[in-house]
Design a protein around this ligand. Structure first.
Ligand SMILES: Nc1ncnc2c1ncn2[C@@H]1O[C@H](COP(=O)(O)OP(=O)(O)O)[C@@H](O)[C@H]1O
Ligand SMILES: C[C@@](O)(CCOP(=O)(O)O)CC(=O)O
Ligand SMILES: [Mg+2]
Length: 334
């Protein structure tokens, strides 16, 4: 038997980083997906074919007529740790430790770009492997297992990414509880810097700053939480669309300033944020962990001008749509 599952990327509209400290956040699944095929193997091994991920630490030596490849075992194992933990968790749930599982992954989501590739790969792997083992898990339960995977690999995770990747749509999230917000088409442009940041390292960096000066950082995190609550009020209000977007844009700019204060922006990210604003976006901010990766802009009137400004500033614009669907079982073959 073979199973194909897919899970979407996300953007965090408001509240990344502060959400790790129990504050609320708002996120939406978007229409980029990671696909995972799962099947059994009879070697009792976990076999992972990650078709489009770059593994650092590969050395290639050429001699007369031979090529030698050596990979840095530690680095390769680390890169694949989300997938490995996801498979191990499901095997435990199914009481099938030692059963051989092969997974094969292809992904449309840039890695380390703040779009939740780690959560999508964990959720799609859990979805495919749990179906293979005949476990009947709901998407919500799979989101919770995805959160466990992120905790095991990263040491800290709020759980918002695996939740939204598993259930899809537009959500308000706080300490493991979520609520779907009314679906709205968001006229946004995502701008990718082309470089990546590791969520594990950025979350650890914010933690060190917090521990060094909690009296300074705590109020910043509290303010971020308040921005999220204001944004939720605006999203659920009956204000007309123009006013709603104007208010959300102001809140995005405030949120970006506070993320910059935490030290998770980069020169390139802030350049893309300012380029988008100058081109007429009502608001622009980092999305996800930062340290590289992506920003997004709210541009109801002029999405294409904002996309061009992001390109001129050296980024790659992506016009994405919210995905109502989270984890999906695409195919089950006998
Ligand atoms: N297609 C993939 N195949 C295997 N592992 C992946 C894939 N995509 C992402 N990952 C894992 O997720 C990590 C990136 O996660 P993270 O630092 O949280 O950034 P983000 O979630 O913003 O992309 C990668 O280093 C890798 O371990
Ligand atoms: C920084 C954080 O709030 C979001 C990280 O998202 P991403 O891995 O950069 O896509 C961490 C978390 O919520 O666990
Ligand atoms: Mg991640």
């Amino acid at each position: 038997m073979r199973v194909l599952a897919s899970a979407p990327a996300k953007i965090i509209l408001f509240g990344e980083h502060s959400v790790v400290y129990g504050k609320p956040a708002i996120a939406a699944a978007i229409d980029l997906r990671t696909y995972v095929w799962a099947g059994f193997n009879d070697r009792g091994a976990i076999k992972i074919e990650a078709k489009d991920i770059r593994v650092p630490g590969l050395t290639v030596s050429f001699s007369e007529d031979e090529i030698y490849f050596e990979s840095d075992y530690g680095k390769a194992a680390e890169v694949l740790s989300y997938v490995r933990q996801a498979i191990e968790l499901v095997r435990e749930e199914a009481d099938a430790n030692g059963k051989g599982v092969t997974v094969s992954i292809t992904s449309q989501i840039p890695v380390g770009a703040g779009l939740g590739s780690s959560a999508a790969v964990a959720v799609a792997t859990i979805g495919a492997v749990s179906k293979l083992f005949g476990l009947e898990l709901t998407n919500e339960e799979i989101g919770k297992l995805g959160h466990k995977v992120e905790l095991l690999v990263q040491g800290a995770s709020s759980g918002i990414d695996p939740t939204v990747s598993a259930i899809g749509g537009f959500i308000h999230y706080e300490k493991g509880d979520f609520e779907h917000l009314p679906f709205m088409e968001l006229p946004i442009v995502v701008g990718y810097t082309g470089s990546s940041g590791s969520t594990k390292e950025l979350v650890a960096m914010v933690r060190r700053t917090y521990e060094e000066m909690p009296e300074v950082i705590e109020p910043v995190l509290v303010a971020m939480g308040k921005i999220v609550e204001k944004a939720r009020d605006v999203i659920t209000s009956d204000l007309d669309e123009e006013l709603r977007f104007t208010r959300l844009g102001r809140l995005m700019n405030l949120n970006h300033g506070l993320l910059d204060a935490l030290g998770v922006s980069t020169k390139k990210l802030s350049e893309l944020v300012y380029a988008a604003r100058v081109a007429g976006a009502i608001g622009a901010k980092i999305t996800g962990a930062g340290g590289g990766g992506c920003m997004y802009a709210l541009a109801p009137e002029n999405q294409s001008e904002v996309a061009t400004a992001i390109t001129i500033a050296g980024g790659t614009p992506m016009i994405t749509r919210i995905s109502r669907e989270g984890l999906r079982i695409e195919e089950v073959l006998p």
